[in-house]
Design a protein around this ligand. Structure first.
Ligand SMILES: Nc1ncnc2c1ncn2[C@@H]1O[C@H](COP(=O)(O)OP(=O)(O)O)[C@@H](O)[C@H]1O
Ligand SMILES: [Mg+2]
Length: 356
């Protein structure tokens, strides 16, 4: 167990790191962030220390490892070499094996399917010819996704029966992709599981996610799905976290189909945008739970105390901050980013109401 007063090293310096730093501080921990862009980041103003250095800067990495008691991350795409170099010097939670699965859609889907957990039908593709063959096998409506480094709907193309596949392939700009059958879902849900090194787990209730332009727009907690569906989503998430041996958090995004099945879409081994509602409506926030899990502390209660709707503030949405502050049930969270570019996550608001 790492007691309060310890220093948590964080790879990546965005809003997830910022909110982790705030939760860590409340429990008496210090957060030391490391990222190439840490200087002018959401983390810098709320962290005990920030190292601004490249992922391949071995001198800076060694000094960072010596200065912290444990390393975690808010971004699963940190280079493998970086993680392995650090892991020789200090515990890294979650570890390289978890990252290898969750940063790569082919590995992720293979892992889930290997446990008997359903996904949309999918095929790997390394060129437009593979996409055409996959469409023949899967059906006329598909989505092609870059295998790595996609987020907020980036690196994806929808394919229909008449789509110019060569043009769609070029628009993605990756030579390793997956082709997935388009799921005509009734809703999207997600579950966040916390897991400690000794295998203890705690699961947050299933929530419902609505996207706009490929970016999460709103999360409704709890999800408006039958109890059996919510329970199945939670079972799947626990099974994945346990089989992966995650230490920290695992967020699992899923589709609920018209016939009530739950299909895994993707996973992230860190706090997740669809867990921001926990900050104001749960006994323990996902960020505090993350700190508890990586430090080996007792996990907190995941009981939902209030009903919540989280709205992301994207780009210019943030200009509504004063009106949001005037709403009695709204809890505003801003990330301190200077420039509100289109598509950029600037903050979020949790609207909470007593449980019905
Ligand atoms: N196979 C699919 N069928 C239907 N909608 C999909 C499918 N895959 C992705 N989507 C939609 O696109 C969104 C973003 O895709 P996702 O795979 O989660 O990538 P990202 O890493 O960008 O979040 C999903 O939340 C969902 O709304
Ligand atoms: Mg997603």
């Amino acid at each position: 167990m790492l007691p309060p007063g310890s220093t948590i090293g964080m790879l990546g310096a965005g809003q997830l790191g910022r909110m982790t730093a705030l939760a860590a501080a409340r429990l008496g921990y210090r957060l030391h962030v490391y990222a190439p862009d840490a200087a002018d980041s959401p983390c810098a103003p709320v962290c005990a220390r920030a190292t601004v250095a490249g992922w391949d800067d071995r001198t800076a990495l060694a000094a960072f490892a010596a200065a912290v008691d444990v390393v975690t991350l808010e971004w699963e795409n940190v280079p493998v070499d970086t993680v392995e170099f650090l892991a020789e010097r200090v515990p890294v939670r979650p570890g390289a094996a978890v990252l290898a699965v969750t940063r790569d859609r082919i590995a992720e889907k293979s892992f889930a399917n290997g446990l008997g957990i359903a996904t949309a039908p999918w095929r790997p593709a390394s060129g437009p010819g593979d996409v055409a063959l996959a469409r023949d096998a899967i059906g006329p409506h598909c989505i092609v996704k870059s295998n790595q480094l996609g987020y907020d709907g980036k690196g994806q193309a929808r394919i229909g029966p008449d789509t110019d596949i060569a043009a769609a392939w070029r628009s993605i700009g990756s030579d390793s992709c997956v082709v997935e059958g388009f799921v005509d879902f009734t809703c999207e849900v997600s579950v966040i599981v916390a897991r400690r090194g000794d295998g203890a787990m705690a699961v947050f209730p299933t929530v419902e996610n609505r996207h706009r332009n490929g970016i999460l727009d709103r999360t409704l907690a709890p999800a408006r799905v039958p109890p059996a569906t919510a329970a199945e989503a939670e079972r799947v998430a626990r099974r994945l976290a346990d089989a992966l041996g995650v230490v920290g958090l695992l967020a699992v995004e899923m589709f609920v189909t018209k016939d009530g099945r739950v299909l895994v879409n993707e996973m992230a081994p860190r706090p997740h945008n669809s867990g921001h509602w926990t900050m104001d409506a749960c006994a323990t926030s996902q960020f505090e739970q993350f700190v508890r899990a990586i430090c080996g502390l007792p996990l907190g209660s995941t009981d939902l105390l209030m009903e919540a709707e989280m709205e992301n503030l994207i780009g210019d949405d943030v200009e509504r901050w004063a009106a949001i502050l005037a709403e009695p049930d709204a809890r505003l969270h801003l990330y301190g980013k200077a420039e509100a570019r289109p598509g950029r996550k600037m903050g979020h608001v949790n609207r909470v109401t007593p449980r019905r």
